[in-house]
Design a binder for this molecule. Structure first.
Ligand SMILES: Cc1cc2nc3c(=O)[nH]c(=O)nc-3n(C[C@H](O)[C@H](O)[C@H](O)COP(=O)(O)OP(=O)(O)OC[C@H]3O[C@@H](n4cnc5c(N)ncnc54)[C@H](O)[C@@H]3O)c2cc1C
Length: 249
């Protein structure tokens, strides 16, 4: 693959900033390294250069695209897929961000029941489509909810509206945050990972074969997603249980 990059410099005689475009060759390469060398940038560059049949000096930069561990044998190996820039610098890699244009003042409103993963992603999608979401959640926000877990652990008593399943982030908030599945029909999940990273999940979820956020980080990711929803014009109402629908026509 060839990429065009705009580089800037200064024209010394006239003091002007000048721009020119350069073509950069980017190759996708699969390499395998022993576990103890797999995080070593030099080892990665050397293996990539060997695979491409070029001297290491021609490798201008590498970016990790996929990371998986093969622990089937005694000697653990790590399989890596890299993007490799040959004869030029690797273009800057931007961290995923989630942002949308401001909502129109008369944007259509959609009411979403439940602030679990489905409700939160639905709200973000509404905002992307210019629709104002209002999430109604029977439980409490993630911080308040944490205190309501104690009676379950200590006394076996469940607080009906605020527990491991009900509240901000739904059943996912205090889960392990495993993001992989054995299902073969997965659909385009890359965007989901990018949204999670934009809200504080570790960037390695974009490359790991078995991505995992961790229960220590998940509540903050969930809170950051709520902040995005509100900042973009949506609403989240906690302790608001839907009990019935008023049907017209
Ligand atoms: C202990 C545990 C560990 C898990 N670990 C993982 C994991 O590691 N990886 C993984 O991918 N999945 C995991 N899961 C599964 C994952 O949490 C669920 O698949 C996911 O939460 C489902 O999302 P959801 O939005 O569809 O529903 P839910 O998360 O159930 O969200 C529904 C929300 O709606 C609210 N609600 C319900 N009724 C009403 C009402 N009448 N009015 C207002 N609000 C209402 C609830 O309070 C809740 O917040 C785990 C689940 C549990 C319980």
């Amino acid at each position: 693959m060839w990429m065009t990059q705009v580089v800037s410099g200064r024209c010394a005689s006239e003091g002007l900033k000048i721009f020119r475009t350069v073509e950069i060759r980017i190759e996708s390469v699969d390499i395998v390294l022993p576990l103890d060398r797999s995080e070593d940038d030099v080892a990665r560059r050397e293996a990539a250069a060997a695979k491409l049949g070029v001297p290491v000096s021609r490798i201008g930069g590498i970016v990790l695209r996929k990371h998986s561990i093969d622990a089937r044998q005694r000697a653990i190996k790590v399989q890596l897929r890299l993007d490799v820039a040959v004869d030029g610098a690797m273009p800057e890699q931007l961290k995923p961000l989630w942002s949308v244009p401001p909502l129109a003042f008369d944007a259509r409103v959609v009411v979403i029941v439940g602030c679990g993963p489905a409700g939160m992603f639905a709200a973000l999608r509404c905002l992307e489509l210019g629709v104002r979401p209002i999430i109604l959640e029977r439980g409490k926000d993630a911080s308040a909810r944490r205190f309501d877990l104690a009676p379950i652990l200590r006394e076996g008593r469940v607080i009906e509206e605020s527990n491991y399943c009900f509240g901000e982030g739904g059943a996912g908030t205090f889960s392990d945050g495993k993001l992989y599945t054995r299902a073969t029909k997965r659909g385009p999940v890359a965007k989901v990972y990018e949204i999670l990273v934009a809200h504080g999940a570790p960037e390695r979820v974009l490359t790991d074969a078995h991505p995992h956020i961790g229960s220590n980080l998940l509540p903050n990711v969930v809170k950051a997603m709520r902040a995005s929803i509100i900042a973009a014009g949506g609403e989240v109402r906690f302790e608001t249980k839907v009990v019935d629908f008023l049907l017209k026509q």
